[in-house]
Design a protein around this ligand. Structure first.
Ligand SMILES: [Zn+2]
Length: 76
């Protein structure tokens, strides 16, 4: 695949920390697999990973709490 930001052809497998701020809470998911551009450092998630993240967020949305820190592998 190609970086959508700088058009560099080289993107490498990497892991990152996904952070999202919702209305009710903050969610931090550690060690999420991604592709990272070797030139500009932009990170990309596969459709599969994005779907899993959506499911994870949906599943914790109704749990009382303000900040969640999750390990990707333990919930995906
Ligand atoms: Zn790039």
């Amino acid at each position: 695949m190609r970086c959508t930001v700088c058009k560099n052809d080289e993107v490498k497998d990497s892991i990152t920390t996904y952070f999202v701020s919702l209305k009710e809470c903050y969610v931090i998911i550690e060690n999420v697999p991604c592709k990272k551009c070797s030139q500009c450092g932009e990170e990309f998630f596969s459709v599969h990973v994005m779907e899993r993240i959506d499911e994870i967020i949906d599943s914790i949305r109704n749990i009382a709490g303000k900040i969640f820190v999750l390990e990707y592998k333990s919930v995906a």
